[in-house]
Design a protein around this ligand. Structure first.
Ligand SMILES: [Mn+2]
Length: 335
């Protein structure tokens, strides 16, 4: 099955996919696949999907990625490996869904015999010996699916499910602004391989009961500063410990982003070593610009950063200053 995505139909892109696929298929040594820290469904799904395809071709793959609890259903016992202190001799390193090389985790990005960079972040500087980077792609899993199309391997549900999980994660289950025709077409063809879509969607959204108690605590903090143009909420460590194990798949910022009249949504999460900041923005306002200013990164619509110091009020001031500067760039644009 082959799907040619719309804006990825150019000869240069197809040529790059073939080049990467040939390099992967021809590698006789170990292949190590890593992703970004705090892996999400796209990071995990891309690594597992590509690893399974390469194993089907007889390759020895190592995937030192840690699956968060809510995504453990995606992986089998033998899919993942613990973090690797160094790369094995003659290793091909594949870095997936990593916008900035420093965010890669699981194994060092130095010492590989060859490094391939597969990603869809606009900030990716094309590190590595070969880079398949397409910011127009809704998910890295879209690029992995194109690679699997180009490999001499047959699609199976075991390959399709992790790719679909990656695509669904990064598109907010096909709802966000990056959900283009190519994403919908690819989702359809992955389902066609033999995925029970309703069951997968149900599984992806399940959370422990404590998650919903935490949701209540966080939602009770929602405010609308900067003349109502921002929806802002926070989560303290105490809220987390009060409810018990709420899991780690919270997308509370994805809920408050729909508050009428707002252009930016922010969730401040108190951590042991600082305050994690999740930002969502309605184009043309850029979450990426806000987070780059705060030393983080991500996409135009969704980005993140970490502010040092555990003081939530201080972090809020720092973040709202950055938001105000970004909003000022768009003063004339309609909300
Ligand atoms: Mn991604």
């Amino acid at each position: 099955m082959t799907v040619t995505p719309d804006n990825r139909g150019e000869p240069s892109y197809r040529e790059k996919v073939r080049e990467v696929a040939a390099r992967l298929a021809g590698w006789t040594g170990p292949i190590v696949l890593i992703a970004h820290e705090d892996p999400d469904g796209d990071a995990l799904g891309s690594a597992v999907g590509l690893s399974r395809a390469l194993r089907a071709l007889g390759a020895r793959t190592i995937v030192p990625v840690e699956a968060p609890a809510y995504l453990r259903f995606v992986v089998a016992d033998d899919d993942l490996a613990p973090p690797q202190a160094e790369l094995p001799d003659g290793a091909l390193l594949v870095v997936l869904d990593v916008g900035e090389e420093g965010r890669a985790t699981g194994a060092p990005t130095t010492g590989a015999a060859f490094t391939i960079n597969v990603d869809h972040h606009g900030t990716n500087d094309r590190f590595g010996d070969l880079a398949l980077v397409e910011p127009g792609a809704a998910a890295t899993a879209m690029l992995v699916a194109d690679l699997i199309d180009a490999l001499p391997v047959a699609w199976t549900p075991e390959l399709a499910e992790p790719c679909l999980v990656g695509l669904l994660t990064d598109t907010g289950i096909l709802r966000f602004g990056n959900t283009d025709r190519a994403a919908l077409t690819r989702a359809g063809s992955l389902i066609e391989v033999g995925i029970d879509y309703a069951a997968l969607i149900d599984r992806l959204q399940r959370r422990p009961p404590a998650y919903f108690r935490l949701l209540g605590a966080v939602m009770s903090t929602v405010r609308f500063p900067l003349e109502g143009r921002v929806a802002l909420a926070h989560r303290t460590l105490a809220m987390k410990s009060d409810v018990g194990d709420a899991g780690d798949g919270d997308d509370f910022v994805g809920l408050i982003r729909y508050a009428e009249g707002t252009r930016v949504a922010i969730l401040l999460k108190e951590a042991e070593d600082g305050v994690k900041v999740s930002v969502r923005a309605r184009p043309p306002v850029s979450a990426q610009r806000i987070c780059l200013e705060l030393g983080g990164g991500g996409h135009v619509a969704a980005a993140g950063a970490k502010v040092h110091g555990r003081d939530l009020a201080a972090a809020e001031t720092t973040v709202l200053d950055a938001v105000a500067r970004e909003l000022a760039r768009h003063e004339d644009a309609p909300a």
